[in-house]
Design a protein around this ligand. Structure first.
Ligand code: ADP
Ligand code: MG
Length: 246
């Protein structure tokens, strides 16, 4: 599904929190339809990298482009940018006091100003996509972790994003619930969604990712096809990391 068109472009990205330089010059392009998995030890800056792409964090230096728009341009409409980028977190962050379908309709109504009927239709379509049509009226607490995460994915999809960012979407799940969430992500990849996925699911990375990026201490140490980076890493730090997680 990958095309030659660049969807996400990250140039010379630095991010510091006080004295702590967390991103130390990241350059990365993601083509339209490409799936890039980001791996690396805890604290290496993976979440911060994703959060800089949709401006949940403001970069200290450097540029980020999404679909040709420089999102780091100070004059950019941040809300307009965020609408084009869906994000899914480790902790699903659903609204606990409303049902699954309302979790999908509320942001469409508030942010996209969609009418009631259109929002409800799009919500239903997306619950079907993630296999949860029958859970529309359930509250988050009545759903398993895997179901909650699929609602969170559907909620992001209902906004019609160009790009999806996933930050360890299966790390909080019981092992038997991981597969259903990965299946939804596999479907999105097959449909041609542009995706950046922070994950430790190496079998998913090998099967679905067009490219794997290994980060350590705020830098990209190594990147390439999943089979190469995971199967035949060139750098000692990558090898060391992989032996600890595989
Ligand atoms: P990873 O996702 O790879 O585990 P993070 O991007 O979450 O790494 O964190 C990288 C470093 O940035 C860590 O040292 C973390 O403590 C620090 N950090 C992340 N977010 C903040 C924040 N909002 N304020 C201060 N420090 C932060
Ligand atoms: Mg993280």
């Amino acid at each position: 599904m990958k095309t030659s068109e660049t969807e996400i472009s990250i140039r010379g990205l630095h991010k510091s929190f006080g004295d702590n330089e967390v991103l130390r010059g990241i350059d990365l392009d993601v083509a339209a339809g490409e799936v890039v998995c980001v791996i690396g030890p805890s604290g290496s800056g993976k979440s911060t990298l994703l959060r800089c792409v949709n401006l949940l964090e403001e970069p200290t230096k450097g540029q980020v482009f999404v679909g040709g728009t420089e999102v780091t341009d100070l004059d950019v409409d941040i809300d307009a940018v965020r609408r084009r980028i869906g994000m899914v977190f480790q902790q699903f962050n659903l609204f606990p006091h409303v049902t699954a379908v309302e979790n999908l309709t509320l942001p469409q109504r508030r942010v996209l100003r969609r009418g009631k009927e259109e929002a409800a239709r799009v919500a239903r379509e997306n619950l079907v996509r993630v296999g949860l049509a029958d859970k529309a009226d359930a509250y988050p607490a009545q759903l398993s972790g895997g179901q909650q995460q699929r609602v969170a994915i559907a909620r992001a999809l209902a906004m019609g994003p160009e790009v999806m960012l996933f930050d360890e979407p299966t790390s909080a799940l019981d092992p038997e619930l991981v597969g259903d969430v990965l299946a939804v992500m596999r479907m999105l990849a097959a449909e041609g969604m542009t995706m950046m996925v922070v994950t430790h699911e190496m079998s998913f990375a090998r099967e679905v990712a067009d490219r794997v990026v290994f980060m350590d201490e705020g830098r990209i140490v190594e990147e390439g096809p999943a089979d190469r980076v995971v199967g035949d890493p060139q750098h000692e730090r990558t090898r060391h990391f992989l032996t600890r997680i595989l």
